[in-house]
Ligand binder design. Structure first.
Ligand code: DAH
Length: 358
């Protein structure tokens, strides 16, 4: 017969030294299991006389309770320590910036359009959009292109095969048809910018069959050519982030505006490097004018009551100027090295307050 206190003391020491829940379980089985050291002592109780059995039974029960309690306490401590270690190992500082940076880049065209939209939105313009596949009415007729007028030919239009009624849909040659759609669906005052893709059957150093424009339209009762100039000069300064860009309005012709102008900005090509804002050369960036009364009429707006201005700008051209991209065709080659070099970080969203491009 073993002394219950001895069993208890020895077991408590083992429990205190147990380094893992597994080791603890082994101790429990060895002492309290079916063939455990203490269990065996309990079995022998039956052979004792009743007085002795009672005293020894109580001592054995006390030893068992003490051991069970110690195992439970030790287990809790070991579990807590294990959790602590895991938490420490898996510790993560969620306030750190994302690293490595996301791999994708924003294409310079998307970036440039977002910058233009940010500037015009700040002046109170809304974004309007229209379909890439247009009909003759919206792309030409409503915009005051007479039938057989040479300006239609100048647009190098991609036509779809004729429909049963003989008419042909086309890929819009400019964003101007969205002017028509906007005026036919909204009442003045109107103030919209129209970013989008445009198409012409033309491909060389300075032309791609698909390119982008951003169109603007203002219609109300009082807007005049002075407002047009102020608006576009302000845009050029904001976009190029140079206060002293020379801007020149040169008389021109478009069927849908009267008077019409083209806008050039001053630049220099000294040393083979194109620089904006200084030097003796001019670069055309957009066409504009006062909306022609016929266009207003075609769209159901009375030109005796309403007037306004419009412009259309080539997005690739201003992107090349601002970001020093020398070759137009590289925009659409999807060369990853080019995209990494000229692309923009996805989280740098252009805004006038936060900066247009970083
Ligand atoms: N749609 C013209 C083009 O593609 C550009 C343009 C010129 C748009 C004058 C306008 C404008 O809205 O007023 O060449």
């Amino acid at each position: 017969m073993e002394d219950p206190d001895l069993i208890r003391d020895q077991t408590l020491r083992q429990i205190a030294a147990a380094a893992s829940p597994d080791a603890l379980e082994q101790i429990r089985v060895a002492v309290l299991g079916r063939r455990g050291r203490l269990t065996e002592q309990m079995k022998d109780l039956a052979t004792l006389a009743s007085g002795e059995r009672k005293a020894r039974g109580a001592a054995l029960n006390a030893a068992r309770d003490a051991i069970s309690q110690a195992i439970e306490d030790r287990k809790r401590a070991l579990d807590a320590a294990q959790l602590e270690r895991r938490l420490a190992a898996e510790r993560l500082d969620v306030t750190l910036p994302a690293r490595p940076e996301p791999q994708g880049r924003i294409h310079p065209i998307s970036q440039t359009l977002d910058e233009c939209i940010a500037i015009f939105a700040n002046m109170g313009f809304r974004v309007a959009e229209g379909p890439d596949i247009e009909d003759d009415f919206h792309n030409f007729t409503a915009l005051n292109f007479p039938p057989e007028h040479p300006a239609r030919l100048m647009h190098d239009t991609f036509f779809f095969p004729p429909r049963p009624d003989g008419t042909r849909m086309l890929l819009r040659t400019h964003t101007s048809p969205v002017q028509v759609r906007t005026m036919m669906s909204q009442r003045p005052p109107i103030r919209v910018v129209v970013p989008g893709r445009t198409y012409r059957c033309d491909s060389d150093m300075t032309h791609t069959p698909m390119f982008h424009q951003i169109e603007g339209l203002v219609i109300d009762r009082t807007t005049h050519m002075g407002h047009l100039k102020g608006c576009l000069i302000e845009f050029v300064k904001s976009f190029f982030e140079i206060d002293a860009v020379p801007v020149r309005f040169r008389p021109s012709f478009f069927p849908f505006t009267e008077p019409s102008a083209e806008v050039d900005i001053g630049c220099s090509r000294a040393g083979g490097e194109l620089r904006i804002g200084a030097g003796a050369e001019w670069l055309e960036i957009l066409g504009c004018g006062m909306v022609h009364p016929n266009v207003l009429k075609n769209c159901g707006i009375d030109p005796e009551e309403h007037q306004g201005f419009a412009w259309g700008m080539g997005v690739e051209r201003i992107a090349m100027l601002k970001y020093g991209i020398p070759d137009l065709r590289t925009f659409y080659e999807s060369d990853l090295r080019w995209l990494r070099h000229y692309g923009f970080a996805a989280l740098d969203i252009p805004s006038l307050a936060g900066g247009l491009a970083r």
